[in-house]
Design a protein around this ligand. Structure first.
Ligand SMILES: C[S@@+](CC[C@H](N)C(=O)[O-])C[C@H]1O[C@@H](n2cnc3c(N)ncnc32)[C@H](O)[C@@H]1O
Length: 422
């Protein structure tokens, strides 16, 4: 066992205060490209921004190994950091990619023109396109219902309009506008939207997204002419250290992430129509394929005693985080627990097993358990029936590579050097 490192982070009080304020911020998610899709259990942009500003400098590398809808990447690139996001979900990777695409002025003008006329392509009396391959694979389930076929047709016409934009980058933007609109129209609603409302919402969404694309472009360019690199990997974070992306051996300065939560049920990959009927329509709209059922995205089923598959998966993904880190990397996570009393200690043991040691903010010394907690009013997720909290208390955990963890991966130099500009 190596010497035990000081468990308090050395940070100026002002930086600690900024991190705490960011974590507890409850402003609605807005700005840049954050509104492109409502990814379940997404970060508050203020929180990730505070973490990035606290622990990194320009050109440093920020890694999010469970990137979801890409909140962390948007903030990292806008602040002039390089960033890598990883997610096992094709839908998450799609959303994160679109949100971090820096569209050229010309592309934005084309999208602006599209946003003003996309509404006209939604016509209940007009022709439509049926995506037969998706229909055969069951992605139309619950969409063909007599009460929903009009919305299904509106979605198909919207997607067709996106395809006609003609380039993969523009098409993805268009598909994302339809994705957000269809999510609004279908997901978890007691009263379904009608086609006129769908058309109006699609136009408004497309216009707001164009503004977001402009703001994101301006933010990226404010960091100078050299664009920061952003990479989105669609894969599991387990074994990430062997991915060719990390072959140079550059360690992230900050890992900021929120993995699936233990015992807290979040439906990442489906929308719910008509009560609890699940539709895989988001994948069809994004032109992606679904994984292998809900436990694929949540690190195992809650029915396993002691959440075994969950903690095994966290150990694997976090061991990879540790392998990619160096002694200066800080790992910041936002996690919620359905039964914190036993799950939090178990989670922390799992982090230790993975080679990561917990550390604390000095200003929180003596307060509660010394950790940064936040409560989230009105969160739309469902904790385990047996849960002792409503799943709305989240904690920010801070870790560093354990002093006795292997220093480097396979003999390479682990540094965080500025990448040559592209
Ligand atoms: C709480 S969400 C992240 C939300 C994200 N912070 C945001 O702002 O949108 C957790 C994500 O972990 C992903 N995930 C689950 N298992 C994974 C694994 N083994 N490797 C990488 N990502 C995984 C899920 O697909 C889901 O998108």
């Amino acid at each position: 066992m190596g010497p035990r490192r000081n468990r308090y982070l050395r940070l100026p009080d002002a930086k600690q205060a900024a991190l705490i304020a960011g974590a507890r911020d409850s402003e609605p998610v807005k700005g840049l490209t954050h509104g492109y899709y409502k990814y379940p259990a997404r970060f508050s942009p203020q929180f990730v921004r505070a973490a990035i500003e606290t622990f990194t400098r320009r050109r440093d590398l920020v890694l999010d190994p469970h990137v979801g809808g890409g909140t962390s990447l948007v903030e990292a690139v806008a602040l002039g950091r390089d960033s890598i996001g990883v997610d096992i979900s094709e839908l998450a990777a799609f959303v994160a990619k679109v949100k971090t695409t820096v569209y050229s002025e010309r592309e934005i003008d084309e999208l602006d023109a599209w946003s003003k006329c996309v509404g006209a392509s939604i016509d209940i009396h007009g022709p439509t396109i049926r995506f037969a391959d998706y229909a055969e694979r069951g992605y139309y389930k619950h969409l063909d219902h007599p009460s929903r076929w009009r919305l299904r047709k509106a979605i198909e016409q919207g997607v067709w309009s996106a395809i006609k934009l003609g380039t993969p980058r523009l098409e993805s933007f268009g598909r994302c506008a339809v994705l957000r609109t269809a999510q609004w129209a279908l997901d978890g609603r007691s009263k379904q939207a009608d086609v006129d409302e769908f058309r109006a919402y699609l136009e408004d969404t497309a216009k707001a997204m164009v503004e977001g694309a402009r703001a994101f472009r301006a933010a990226v360019r404010s960091n100078g002419p050299h664009r920061r690199e952003v990479i989105v990997l669609n894969r599991s974070a387990a074994g990430l250290e062997d991915d060719p992306t990390f072959a140079e051996g550059r360690a992230p300065r900050l890992v900021v992430t929120s993995p699936p939560y233990p015992g807290v049920h979040v439906l990442y990959h489906r929308w719910q129509v008509d009560g609890r009927k699940e539709t895989a329509a988001p994948f069809m709209i994004a032109n992606k394929l679904d994984g292998a059922g809900s436990s694929y995205y949540t690190m195992g089923d809650r029915k396993y005693p002691g959440l075994k598959t969950y903690f095994d998966s966290i150990r694997s993904t976090m061991a990879s985080v540790a392998a990619l880190s160096d002694s200066r990397t800080v790992v910041v996570q936002m996690v919620a627990f359905s039964e914190p009393r036993w799950q939090l200690p178990r989670y922390l043991d799992t982090m230790e097993d993975a080679g990561l040691t917990e550390c604390f903010l000095p200003v929180l010394k003596g307060q509660r358990d010394g950790r940064l907690w936040r409560s989230v009013p009105g969160r739309r997720w469902y904790s385990d029936q047996r849960g002792e909290t409503p799943g709305s208390n989240e904690v920010v955990l801070l870790h560093r590579k354990a002093a006795d963890a292997p220093a480097e991966r396979t003999g390479r130099t682990v540094t965080s050097q500025p990448r040559p500009s592209t």
